[in-house]
Write a protein that binds this ligand. Structure first.
Ligand SMILES: Cc1cc2nc3c(=O)[nH]c(=O)nc-3n(C[C@H](O)[C@H](O)[C@H](O)COP(=O)(O)OP(=O)(O)OC[C@H]3O[C@@H](n4cnc5c(N)ncnc54)[C@H](O)[C@@H]3O)c2cc1C
Length: 425
């Protein structure tokens, strides 16, 4: 059952009868967390609200550019302290290592210190990471497109030039959008590297036959060898094992399949799903601890918001904005509105200055015509820039704000019909 959404009794002393400010602590400064912070700061500027944002690095990382970063393109990471200073928001650089929801405290560790930060409302926006536990050898040998650390995009940026110099061989495992973008980018940036793209499903069929064959043509033109309907069953130091035990030699493997949220919420005993995402109500509050909000890749809305929720920068941005609208309504004593949205468009990069762009309104199903080549690139680049600008200013509008209600009406009508049929039987 639901607990109250009000913060716990605050034991801080009051100054001359002024109530202490409400402390909002946002953890994770990606698309969702940063947009939430900037938007909430604008909405509660005249209220007694203190906002702090915690993030591991001091820059905003545009993850949709990490395959470009990994292949040596110039990518500009924006400074978080600079952005936040303008809005008077406190920035705490460090890694959140635990959440104590009973005492409303989190633990943040940086290189020198361990600090405890208290909150009245916690906003959980830690994003997602590649699941390294699914196949043997991935944890030890495979690179992923994490921003930093060993076997990350930053490590690839250092390593790929030497693979190119010896005309080496890279295996990209996973045929989702990230795998396609990575294979195309490596092949396009390093023409002397032989790239294999290995994917369990028929290549890009989730985008429909026409988009799938356009993507296949482009990848083949870049020299990528596609092994679809093939699984990687193990990763070794200089090879991957594929179906039936045959081995594909390579200098390195880039693993792009299977994103999960970090384990923090699960470890803290909050309600999560099988991918560690915090399960939230339509107002983006944890269903087990409603003083904790979750947004972006790390959140899983329990109710249908009118469109399928896919881990993406677009949905993270919308959830960040909607979460800020919900919390600011609660802080003003108003009723928040349920999450509701529709998709508008998507772009998948296919190497330098090339992409496929299409309309996916409203349900995330691609609709022809598809825009390829330069035009596709302009569409994808336009989306990525638009989202980065929206995040920095906390401003975004999105379509489909009535879709949640329509889903509710449909579900109620169906339940009524089923009940009447049962009654007749
Ligand atoms: C290569 C690649 C290409 C992509 N292309 C697209 C695309 O074209 N379109 C699209 O819509 N989506 C794309 N995505 C997906 C998209 O980037 C993510 O869905 C989006 O970034 C999710 O936003 P978020 O705010 O939930 O999390 P994130 O952007 O992951 O941000 C989470 C933040 O939390 C921080 N953090 C995590 N754990 C901790 C901790 N314990 N302590 C402190 N800080 C922490 C992280 O450092 C990060 O700054 C792509 C992803 C990748 C990897």
């Amino acid at each position: 059952m639901f607990r109250s959404n009000a913060p716990v009794a605050d034991k801080r002393s009051t100054v001359q009868g002024t109530p202490p400010s409400t402390r909002v602590l946002v953890i994770g400064a990606g698309y969702a967390g940063l947009l939430f912070t900037m938007r909430l700061a604008g909405k509660v500027a005249s209220q007694h609200v203190q906002i702090a944002l915690v993030n591991e690095s001091d820059t905003f990382t545009e993850r949709p550019r990490l395959h470009q970063f990994a292949t040596n393109q110039e990518v500009q990471w924006r400074s978080l302290p600079q952005m936040l200073r303008r809005k008077n928001i406190r920035f705490i650089q460090g890694r959140v290592t635990s959440i104590d929801h009973a005492h409303h405290v989190i633990v943040v560790v940086d290189q020198q210190h361990t600090q405890h930060e208290e909150y009245d409302y916690l906003v959980y926006a830690l994003g997602s990471v590649t699941d390294r536990r699914t196949v043997p050898g991935v944890a030890q040998y495979a690179y992923t497109l994490a921003a930093s650390g060993p076997l990350s995009a930053a490590a690839l940026r250092e390593t790929l030039p030497s693979v190119q110099a010896r005309h080496g061989h890279v295996v990209v495992s996973g045929g989702g959008a990230t795998g396609i973008e990575t294979a195309a980018e490596v092949a396009s940036a390093y023409p002397h590297i032989k790239v294999h793209l290995v994917t369990r499903e028929p290549l890009a069929l989730f985008l429909g036959k026409s988009a799938a064959s356009s993507i296949r043509r482009r990848l083949e033109r870049l020299g990528v060898e596609i092994l679809d309907q093939t699984s990687v069953t193990a990763v070794r130091a200089h090879s991957v094992v594929i179906d039936q035990g045959s081995e594909l030699a390579c200098d390195l493997c880039i693993w792009t399949g299977g994103f999960v949220a970090p384990p923090l919420a699960r470890e803290a005993g909050l309600a999560v799903n099988g991918r560690n995402q915090m399960v939230v109500d339509p107002f983006l509050r944890s269903i087990s601890h409603p003083e904790i909000y979750a947004i972006g890749d790390a959140a899983h809305p329990r109710e249908d918001p009118g469109a399928p929720v896919r881990m993406s920068a677009v949905t993270a941005t919308i959830m960040g904005a909607h979460g800020a609208d919900c919390l600011s309504a609660v802080l003003r004593g108003k009723a928040p509105r349920p999450l509701s949205f529709a998709y508008l468009g998507q772009g998948i990069a296919l190497g330098r200055h090339n992409a496929i762009g299409f309309n996916n309104y409203p349900d995330d199903k691609p609709i022809p015509p598809y825009f390829t080549g330069w035009l596709g690139h302009l569409i994808r680049e336009g989306f990525v820039r638009l989202l980065a600008t929206a995040v920095q200013h906390g401003a975004i509008v999105w379509p489909g704000k009535r879709r949640y209600e329509r889903v509710q009406h449909r579900q109620q009508a169906k339940a009524k019909k089923d009940a009447m049929q049962l009654h007749r039987v």
